[in-house]
Ligand binder design. Structure first.
Ligand code: NAD
Length: 247
């Protein structure tokens, strides 16, 4: 088991990539805290406990500083420490700049970039206090690297996550806190479930593998970055994109 005795928080753990990662982390021995706005996180946490794993659900909005602090405090109160943060909560937003309101822009930047900043900030504070190192995995995207018609605010936020990750990776690797990012291609989760059929077909064709990715395929990459298998990896971005950005 690769995460035995580790305590992990997964933001956005109530769905898609976060849920798949929560389940995989538990199987690998971690005590898993699911932090999400959605109450489904409670059901997943209960399910994990029923399977004999240790888990906690914390209802939290990652854009709210008090919620973020509380999520760390509750984790430490229940499990005594924090070793891993997967800053994964995010939303989709497809709109070109001429049709996007400032409110839409701010919401996307707030959740997809500032939410990562807050999760990382308070995780790093706790990990430094413990002095035991730690691993942080941020949620980037192929759009941390390449743009696409209509992904304006989303790409701006995910590009920010990439450079935030690199900078934190440099600064805190000295203290044994490794900060990295996972950068998925299009993954078949509720995030893109509402896309029209023709849009989904188009997305499939953008991947050389000729399909969308699965949440469990991203979860395995997150597990790698969070585990000791990645002990000399800091400040990097791991693309899980079926070849999308290699073209
Ligand atoms: P999802 O919609 O299945 O899950 C996202 C979760 O985040 C949900 O449970 C939602 O309730 C939660 N969330 C949203 N706003 C929140 C907030 N303010 N506070 C707390 N929780 C909040 O999406 P997913 O596909 O699993 O995406 C997870 C991450 O992966 C996101 O950051 C997304 O941008 C990124 N990503 C997804 C894809 C994809 O194609 N699905 C591709 C690249 C990157």
């Amino acid at each position: 088991m690769r995460l035995e005795n580790k305590v992990a928080i997964i933001t956005g753990g109530a769905s898609g990539i976060g849920e798949a990662t929560a389940r995989l982390f538990a199987q690998e021995g971690a005590k898993v805290v699911i932090a999400d706005l959605a109450d489904r996180g409670q059901e997943i946490s209960h399910d994990l406990i029923q399977q004999g794993y240790e888990s906690l659900f914390v209802k939290a909005d990652v854009t709210n500083e008090e919620h973020t602090k509380n999520m760390i405090e509750q984790t430490v109160r229940q499990f005594g420490q924090l070793d891993i943060m997967f800053a994964n909560a995010g939303i989709a937003n497809e709109a070109n700049i001429h049709e996007m309101s400032y409110e839409q822009w701010k919401k996307t930047m707030d959740i997809n970039l500032s939410g990562v900043y807050l999760s990382d900030k308070y995780a790093i504070e706790q990990m430094r206090k413990q002095g035991t190192g730690g691993a942080i995995v941020n949620s980037g995207s192929i759009h941390s690297f390449v743009g696409k018609d209509g992904v304006t605010a989303y790409a701006a936020a995910k590009g920010g996550v990439k450079l935030l990750t690199q900078t934190l990776g440099i600064t805190y690797s000295k203290e044994g806190i490794r900060v990295n990012a996972v950068c998925p291609g299009y993954i078949d989760t509720p995030l893109i479930a509402d896309s029209p059929k023709e849009v989904k077909e188009h997305l499939v064709n953008l991947h050389p593998m000729g399909r969308l990715g699965r949440a469990d395929e991203v979860a395995k990459a997150v597990l790698f970055l969070a585990s000791e298998d990645a002990s000399f990896i800091a400040g990097t971005t791991l693309l899980v994109d079926g070849g999308y950005t290699a073209q």
